[in-house]
Design a protein around this ligand. Structure first.
Ligand code: ZN
Length: 382
């Protein structure tokens, strides 16, 4: 087990879990965090956008030094099947060495671990040592993510608060703490396609124009070839058909329209725009009327290995003994917004129970995460 931090992250993690902050509710979670940060010398800015509460807190040393930002979220996903939980999802119960509750791993535990790490780090340091530490905490990561990190970053840019590097505390570790640093994420695009034809009698196809045949041809063309072969850091992009809908109850009618939906998880060889062009070209090749609706939930991004990623790897090795792999898998995260401003990487708890019934974390691992984040601070401000 990694060495325990001198400051225990457990009390703050429990206090945060006891706030019922299911997106977009805050229920006092950011006030709990502010109360922990203000005595450490952080200037706290509460930023409300729409119905979402956000917090940017920053502590400056004297003189010039790097600015490290820790990004995370206090909102949590809904409880789900409440009857299936063996602990109160908002109770912060510790049982048999595990802390139970919504957000224990994703990611109130991570926030508490970082605050404990900052306490330890500052206690061991001259109070006026150079360098700045900040926290960008949103209440809208698990929801639409419109009035959260993206808006806070706009505010930070307008106020000269963009950091030199950003650590996102999502639960990224795979089997053991510190075994994975996420340096990028795939992008995600959803598309809905409608092909229009001419309705008619199935026995007289020459008088109709069958949109189902056209749709099948288009979809076959889109899925016949892989989108790419992957890159040094990314797996091949993947296009998945998620639905094909005609909704035709008759056996003797050629329908007027046929619809399909698809999802593309794409690497940094593509953008939402380039993929939209590809879809449009495939549809135009059919020569029929069509509608195409596209929504890009996130562009792909990559932070190439460099001094920041290496500092995270050294910290993980030193604090946990694990050999951290570099990875770009999984879904999207708020790091996609941050990547437009500075190098960003993700390093956090083992995410085995995130979003599940009985979400929980071993208390020893929570303390290990605090030790890991302290090592990150030491490496960055060495
Ligand atoms: Zn999360």
């Amino acid at each position: 087990m990694p060495p325990a931090a001198a400051h225990d992250p457990l009390p703050l993690a429990r206090a945060l879990i006891r706030c019922r902050s299911v997106t977009p509710a805050d229920d006092g979670a950011l006030a709990v965090l502010e109360a922990a940060l203000a005595p450490l010398g952080f200037a706290c800015h509460r930023l409300r956008f729409g119905e979402v509460e956000n917090l940017f807190a920053r502590r400056d040393g004297k003189g010039a030094g790097p600015h490290l930002c820790f990004a995370g979220h206090t909102d949590v996903v809904p409880v789900g099947d409440a009857a299936a939980w063996t602990a109160d999802p908002f109770g912060g119960e510790v049982r048999d060495g595990r802390l139970y509750g919504r957000g224990a791993t994703d990611m109130k535990g991570g926030i508490a671990a970082f605050v404990a790490a900052v306490q330890d780090f500052l206690a061991a340091r001259r109070p006026d040592a150079p360098g700045s530490v900040s926290l960008l905490i949103t209440g809208d990561e698990e929801g639409p993510a419109v009035d959260g990190t993206a808006r806070v970053l706009e505010w930070m840019a307008a106020n000269g608060q963009i950091p030199d590097m950003c650590l996102v505390g999502e639960p990224t570790s795979r089997a053991r703490l510190g075994d994975l640093v996420k340096i990028g994420r795939r992008g995600s695009l959803n598309a809905a396609v409608t092909l229009h034809g001419i309705q008619g009698h199935a026995a007289y196809p020459q008088r109709a124009d069958n949109p189902v045949h056209r749709l099948v041809r288009v979809l076959h063309g889109l899925t016949a070839q892989p989108l790419d072969a992957g890159t040094e850091w990314f797996e091949p992009s993947s296009l998945q058909l998620t639905s094909i809908d005609v909704g035709n109850p008759a056996t003797n009618v050629i329908p007027a329209a046929a619809r399909a939906r698809l999802n593309i998880r794409f690497n940094d060889r593509h953008t939402g725009e380039s993929l939209t062009r590809m879809l449009r070209a495939a549809l135009e090749a059919e020569g029929a009327r069509f509608d195409l609706e596209v929504s890009v939930s996130g562009e792909a991004f990559l932070t190439r290995p460099g001094p920041f990623v290496e500092a995270l790897q050294r910290a993980a090795r030193r604090a946990t003994g694990a050999e951290p792999a570099l990875d770009t898998g999984g879904g999207t995260s708020d790091a996609r917004f941050i990547a437009r401003h500075c190098p960003v990487a993700e390093l956090g708890a083992v995410g085995a129970t995130m979003h599940q019934v009985d979400e929980s974390t071993p208390v020893e691992e929570l303390r290990g995460l605090a030790a890991l984040y302290r090592a990150v601070l030491e490496e960055v401000f060495a």
